[in-house]
Design a protein around this ligand. Structure first.
Ligand code: X5A
Ligand code: ZN
Length: 676
């Protein structure tokens, strides 16, 4: 299924007509540069292009008062002096004679996108719009925003498409207080926002942007604020926020649609945000969101003022929407103390409303900040001289990074399947390569000598095929693969696959072994292989690179296990390749296997080889092929609270491992009373 790109050239018409250092960053080049880059990368051509329409009076009325809409309509006839005077009545706003038309198109673009996704014309999409929307309120323009595009789209999705649960993810670096106000008492819309806060010393300087603002009345627990109290948050901090805050809530909420307030002022180089996250981080955020709501993700542009960073980050978002695997994240994956403290505070504030947080953090409390800000860059005024140098440095850093990123082209084949017998019952998605190739006879023989079970005909044949497939993945010819193996040979083939990959230049291989699969006895514990057994006898970390865990019995337990353990380890390890082995008696339900495979692609640049025991092959191979091809995994079914035993296992492992694997942390070590 396709990805929509909604746009209209008219949205470049509005611009600032007088001096205003605060507003000048919201310029038409934000759209033209971004669109140019999407074309240059060949991404626009892969999307379904849709021309934005204007939102109607009634549609604007879903969120805004008639008087406010009339006032905005009136701006079309004002002269520059009058426009400037009216702009002064609002905070951080400028009007232009074409502002009203642009704002109607921006809101309309969101409606079109939601309609296209909800009617199945496309799977997901992005609306490239300006003015942005998330600061706008019922009767007030604010922070460059005139109409609240995302809020209008959410109300429309409720009314026209009868949706009962909508998730709004606001990754813009500012707090979308407009969206918060509109839905604060509505439990059918879960609003998540992270934002630069600095203890209230950053725009829009609101008390209600802090973590303890959780919503009102029946909407309590459906507003989730993650305030960043320091600048410089990077990839590890953003990933930790998704894994430890947003995703657990989102799965428990089980949305039917995901709307993204996609601001890119949270990316490196942005003068407003002063954060450090690199463009590929947005591919990861997007990819993670696509496991929700059957992949129905509608992203709408909000902020983003560093043109280079903005346009590359948009490209990454679109690439992920198109289903391409995300490039590996750059930088070390260690969240900052201040980020962990924020994460801990929001989990504590939300614990009364979400079971995922009740069980995991035994003695949480809202504690005052303890992280010092010494040695951190101090906040700068946008547009100031320091900021210009910082932006220039970011541009240089970005260039170097992008050169590396684009040196590594996408493999020509997304997925290949090697099956010993092609079962007639097996339904594979189109574009899947059914592979017949085999590694050379002598080479296969040499590797087969390591295990008795591999000497026999069928196991030997499979080994040859698996090595060939691995070769394709390691040579960047194929992104991911599936191979079916006779049950008794899964362990032996997995063992050879690890050694083969390491001998062929892979630096780090992550093995996720589900079912009766023993850790190879003489495999060196040298940090090049991280081995994770699911369905182990008990929860235990034999070393930092050898972890065993029983298979959780409930959906809640399984999700906790993936989000709080498997993915943090995987992101911390930064593997070149993931080997996912579903061995004898793996016990995973189809939807669980699909989710695991879908999510394991993210930390490995899409390089996943799934080894499936032949008993469950045709059936499971079809499902895995779909998710490894970029389809959304099916729902896990109704959310069911994790059992006390599952929680015990998780807490035990976190205790054993979190000092070495920092992505496991959900609280700062030096933190308040809750971390003792
Ligand atoms: C949409 C957006 C920012 C307003 C900043 C005012 N607005 N200082 O990013
Ligand atoms: Zn913003």
């Amino acid at each position: 299924m396709k990805t929509a790109l909604v746009y209209h050239e008219d949205m470049t018409a509005a611009r600032l007509l007088w001096e205003d250092p605060e507003c000048e960053i919201e310029c038409p080049e934000r759209l033209t540069t971004t669109l140019g880059r999407l074309q240059q990368r060949g991404l626009q051509q892969r999307c379904l292009w849709m021309a934005a329409r204007e939102a109607s009076e009634a549609e604007l009325g879903l969120v805004h008062s008639p008087e406010y809409v009339a006032q905005m309509r009136g701006t079309q006839a004002l002269d520059t002096g009058e426009l400037q005077a009216l702009s002064g009545q609002y905070d951080a706003i400028y009007f232009h004679p074409s502002t009203f038309h642009c704002a109607c198109l921006a809101a309309g673009a969101g409606l079109q996108l939601v309609d296209a996704v909800m009617t199945g014309v496309v799977r997901n999409g992005l609306a490239l719009v300006r003015p942005p929307g998330h600061h706008s309120q019922r009767a007030a323009a604010n922070g460059f925003c005139v109409f609240n595009n995302v809020a209008i789209a959410a109300k429309h999705a409720q009314q026209k498409h009868g949706l009962h649960r909508i998730l709004i993810v606001d990754w813009d670096v500012h707090h979308g207080q407009g969206i918060q106000y509109i839905f604060e008492d509505d439990p059918s819309v879960l609003y998540f926002s992270w934002h630069r806060y600095e203890h209230g010393r950053f725009w829009p300087y609101l008390r209600e942007s802090d973590a303890d603002a959780v919503g009102q009345g029946r909407g309590r627990g459906f507003t989730v604020n993650l305030p960043w109290n320091q600048v410089g948050m990077g990839n590890a901090d953003y990933m930790a926020a998704f894994l430890h805050v947003l995703l657990p809530l989102a799965f428990e909420f089980d949305p039917e649609l995901v709307l993204v307030s996609a601001g890119f002022d949270s990316a490196i180089g942005d003068p407003e945000g002063q954060m450090q996250a690199t463009p590929e981080c947005f591919a990861h955020l997007t990819q993670l969101l696509q496991v929700l709501a059957g992949g129905r993700v509608c992203a709408m542009l909000e902020g983003g003022y560093h043109l280079e960073s903005l346009s590359e980050s948009v490209c990454m978002t679109v690439q992920a929407l198109l289903g391409d695997p995300a490039p590996p994240l750059s930088g070390t994956m260690v969240p900052q103390c201040s980020a962990l403290e924020s994460i801990q505070r929001v989990r504590a504030a939300q614990a009364p409303y979400w079971t995922s947080f009740q069980q995991q953090d035994s003695s949480l409390s809202l504690s005052p900040s303890t992280c010092s800000s010494e040695g951190r860059p101090s906040p700068q005024l946008p547009g100031g001289p320091e900021c210009k140098t910082a932006a220039a440095q970011a541009t240089a850093a970005l260039r170097a990074l992008l050169d590396k990123l684009y040196l590594r082209p996408m493999p020509p084949v997304r997925m290949a399947v090697a099956l010993t017998e092609l079962d007639a019952a097996l339904v594979l998605p189109p574009d899947v390569l059914c592979q017949d190739g085999s590694a050379p006879q002598e080479e296969t023989q040499a590797w087969a000598r390591l295990h008795k079970t591999l000497a026999k005909d069928k196991a030997f044949t499979t080994l040859g095929k698996v090595l060939y497939l691995l070769d394709g993945i390691l040579n960047e010819q194929v992104s991911s693969g599936i191979a079916a193996t006779l049950a008794p040979a899964v362990a032996a083939i997995l063992d050879v696959a690890i050694r083969y990959s390491l001998s062929r230049g892979a630096q780090r291989v992550l093995c996720v072994a589900v079912g009766q699969l023993d850790h190879p006895l003489d495999l060196a514990d040298d940090g090049r292989n991280l081995w994770l057994t699911i369905r182990g006898k008990e929860a235990d970390a034999l070393s930092m690179f050898h972890v065993s865990m029983p298979l959780p019995g409930t959906t809640g337990g399984f999700l906790n296990f993936i989000l709080a353990l498997v993915l943090p380890l995987a992101y911390g390890f930064q593997p070149d390749l993931v080997l996912l082995a579903l061995g004898p008696a793996h016990g995973l339900r189809d939807s669980q296997a699909a989710l695991l495979a879908a999510l394991l692609q993210a930390p490995a640049g899409g390089r996943v080889l799934a080894l499936v025991d032949e008993g469950s092959a045709p059936h499971l191979a079809g499902i895995l092929a779909q998710v490894l091809q970029g389809e959304a995994p099916p729902s896990l079914g109704p959310f069911c609270v994790a059992s006390p035993e599952d929680m015990q296992a998780l807490i035990h492992l976190r205790g054993q491992l979190e000092s070495q694997w920092k992505m496991l942390q959900v609280a700062s070590e030096t933190g308040g009373p809750g971390s003792g």
